[in-house]
Design a protein around this ligand. Structure first.
Ligand code: PLP
Length: 499
């Protein structure tokens, strides 16, 4: 059975207006292995998901984490969820046990089981987001009516070609570049691979300069290129999450390409791309920018040579993206086949995906409105929850992202506890082989592993409302008080004071 189960559709995942019925006891630890709420249940009011509860009143200990992975291994549910560094886990939370009303689970204690209707609100837009309604319509139209191959010379093919080229113009307009500088890809990962392999493999042995806070789509590609004989320098950011242009300048030595992200997906911190571009231009080194999180939310930085874009972060579906390739920049292809995309990317064009990307590129992003909601959330949490800090909070950031460190709380436990209350957020940790790995981004910013593990990312989008934000603040206050009460690391007098 697939991740979503037989006959179950994925489309119910991010409806913020739908209810789910789950059973849980708020006074118990939100143990990961017992948070088996399945996405499929989100859209099914009246269906009851019995959630098994943790046995012990303490934090999400190593033992419980191991149990989680054990449970998941047992149920055979594993997934490729590498869409984001925050979703780098190779496990999925399994299906909920479905029980009848009043069904009681015994886990060593007799548990009072409560039923509660949980409204679901989505605060994980940096991982992915819903397809915008207008995009959905364009997608539906092209899926049903535009089935020609864009390379065919007949009427149907030409209809598809026209739509692909209109989408190319739309993406180019959003970036402020020439349409011929846009290459459509399958998403951000492919765009990053295409840029780095495409440049580096033309210059065997050339150096690469990147940062330690890049997405795995860049870091893993660099690791591969290192094995192919390219020395790679991984620059550390400051404690503010910013990779300085000076550090880039100091690292240039036999460098063929510099790759620095526009905005970090975990903290939202923006990088000084235009300054870095000036340095790269002067040194005649190509600059690739991973713009996956920033595209549409921030202006296109002048001076970069290659810029990666992904559809599913901006209202288009998953599986489509683009790479801006400045006129005159030559790339070796990473895919071999037909002569599509001016011989830069072989493979029959994903016409519906491309049309959707073009449509999404035309949607204005309400930066001010989303930043106001993000600031309301941040201010509300900081005012009501003691001992928490915004990671990278002093730096220029994307308008929609806040990454908050809650001293003494496992970010993963907070994520699960909030999920049970109906709020989807992300912890910066990746679960790997039973251990919770702290975020590489936060570690690179100088946080201690336990500080990195106690961080949670909230990323907002056009669907969020003031009411949702206010409810989320209340939920964070409740969850943090509860998790601190049972925390082994938070000093008990602090816990009492904050309870
Ligand atoms: N780069 C960054 C900064 C990202 O956040 C992501 C996805 O989360 C990617 C690249 C990969 O993009 P895609 O999921 O479209 O492959």
């Amino acid at each position: 059975m697939g991740v979503f189960g037989e006959g179950k559709s994925e489309d119910s995942v991010i409806r913020s207006d739908k209810c789910m019925v789950v059973s849980f006891d708020e006074n118990r630890t939100a143990g990961a292995s017992h948070a088996g709420v399945h996405h499929c249940d989100v859209d099914r009011p009246g269906r009851k998901a019995g959630v098994r509860l943790a046995q012990c009143e303490r934090g999400l200990s190593d033992v419980e984490r191991l149990n989680l992975v054990g449970d998941i291994d047992q149920s055979g549910i594993r997934a490729d969820s590498q869409d984001d560094a925050l979703h780098g886990s190779d496990v999925v939370v399994g299906e909920a046990e479905i029980g009848e009303k009043g069904d009681e689970r015994r886990t060593g204690h007799d548990l009072a089981v409560k039923w509660a209707y949980v409204r679901h609100s989505y605060f994980d837009y940096n991982a992915t987001g819903p397809v915008a309604p207008v995009v959905l319509r364009s997608l539906a139209e092209s899926l049903s009516e535009v089935y020609g191959n864009a390379s065919s010379i007949h009427y149907f093919g030409q209809g598809a070609r026209q739509r692909v080229e209109a989408a190319r113009r739309s993406v180019a307009a959003r970036l402020g570049c020439d349409a011929r500088e846009i290459v459509f890809t399958s998403g951000g990962t492919e765009s990053d691979n295409m840029a780095l392999f495409g440049v580096a493999r033309r210059a065997p042995g050339c150096g690469i300069v990147t940062s330690a806070i890049e997405h795995p789509a860049v870091l893993s590609t660099c690791a591969r290129l290192e094995r192919e004989g390219h020395p790679v320098a991984y620059l550390a950011p400051g404690a503010d999450g910013v990779v300085s242009a000076d550090s880039v300048a100091a690292a240039l030595r036999g460098t063929g390409i510099v790759s620095i992200m526009h905005a970090n997906n975990e903290t939202g911190v923006m990088q000084p791309i235009e300054e870095i571009a000036t340095i790269c231009r002067a040194a005649e080194v190509l600059l690739h920018v991973d713009g996956v999180q920033a595209f549409g939310k921030a202006g296109f930085p002048a001076g970069c040579d290659l810029y990666s874009v992904s559809g599913h972060k901006m209202g288009a579906p998953k599986g489509v993206g683009a790479l801006y390739v400045r006129k005159g920049v030559a790339l070796d292809p990473i895919l071999y086949g037909g002569r599509h995309e001016r011989e830069r990317r072989a493979g029959t064009e994903n016409v519906p995906g491309i049309v959707a990307l073009g449509c999404a590129a035309g949607i204005a992003y309400d930066s001010a409105g989303i930043a106001a909601l993000r600031d309301r959330l941040e201010t509300g949490v900081l005012a009501r929850v003691p001992a928490c800090t915004v990671n990278g909070g002093q730096s220029p950031r994307l308008p929609n992202t806040t990454n908050i460190r809650f001293d003494g709380i496992e970010g993963e436990a907070m994520t699960i506890a909030l999920d049970l209350k109906g709020f989807a957020v992300s912890s910066g940790s990746a679960c790997s082989s039973g251990a919770v790995e702290p975020s590489h981004v936060l570690l690179a910013m100088g946080l201690k592993p336990e500080e990195a593990r106690s961080s949670v990312r909230f990323s907002l989008g056009p669907g969020n409302t003031v009411e949702e934000v206010d409810s989320l603040i209340d939920a964070v206050v409740e969850c943090s008080a509860h998790l601190r009460r049972i925390s082994a690391t938070f000093r008990s007098e602090e816990a009492v004071a904050h309870a």
